[in-house]
Design a protein around this ligand. Sequence first.
Ligand SMILES: *Cc1c(COP(=O)(O)O)cnc(C)c1O
Length: 373
Amino acid sequence: MYSELNTSNRILMGPGPSDAHPRVLKAMSTPLIGHLDPQFVTIMDEVKTMVQDTFITKNHLSFVVSAPGSAGMETCLVNLLEPGDDVIICINGVFGGRMADIAERCGAIVHKVEVAWGTVISPEDIRKVLDKCPKPKLLALVHAETSTGALQPIKEISDLIHNAGGLLMVDAVTSYCGVELRVDDWGIDAIYTGTQKCLSAPPGLSPVSFSDRAVKVLENRKTKVQSWFLDLSLVKNYWGGEKRAYHHTAPVSSIYALRESLRIVLEEGLENRWKRHQRVHEVLKTKLEKLGFRYLVEEQYRLPNLNSVFLPDGNDENVIRSILLNDYNIEVGGGLGAFSGKIWRIGIMGESCTFNHVNMLISALEDMKEFNA
Ligand SMILES: *Cc1c(COP(=O)(O)O)cnc(C)c1O
């Protein structure tokens, strides 16, 4: 026979998932109801409004994709792109690369703007690509690159792409509810996020939102969207419209959890939440630097909620990270791609963003005889 589920009580300080609030876990154990039950329709409407509030947008087409952040990414691209469209994809880490891969699969002509991992894309980089590709349909960028800990400024690039007549698409999986993000003010036309990072809900859902400009592009498509499940013209009637019709069965328990996590965010207030992430980051930074860690990203472009750091010399990151997990129950992330084996990615996201979390991590390192400060 198999044993009962028996996972350890981990402290989650990696690139996601983050710790969930007990209220969110409790919401998940609420009895199931049917996904077309009028009570569930009310819950969906509430979630939709809370998604608009947390994105700071009035966009009508705002809802939640029943799949993780990567599916939100795919939803934006497969719906907005058609074969032969010119698209600009900004790449400064793993997730920009993933967007380019999806856009190529859509048959789009992909113009990549690639800069070194750990840096950000400048308006000058965008002006250069617009010289070669003056009429792109879309420009996509990653607001918070979780693979490197870089925070991409958006405003100026937003103006450049709009002046060229294109749409701005943003990956906000790690920035959402952790750092300043204003969908309407910043002119973002398509955005997706995830639930397991600064929202501190379980993984597996992706809130998305589309501007009226983007909706016009959807309405003028000449070809069918290649994916049935992610086709907005079908799924949008499930999340709105006069009469709710079956599209797929919503993940009822996950939506309960999402609703509770959004309620917690709105109780705290978005701006307070952004400030909390910054404050805790500053304490973590001071303590890490005292132990000899060095940051990968230049200070002005540093993400507060995802700290990418080189370990002090004389430490094998994999050994120390395993001891942290096995002996102290603390999870931090390793590096990806070229930074694999070289850096740690320390997340302080949502419920994992407290002074206690910082103290637990720092004390564990100070306590550990294998760690060389
Ligand atoms: C985590 C992440 C994703 C992917 O989300 P999943 O839920 O793992 O599919 C996409 N973009 C960024 C920036 C992320 O951090």
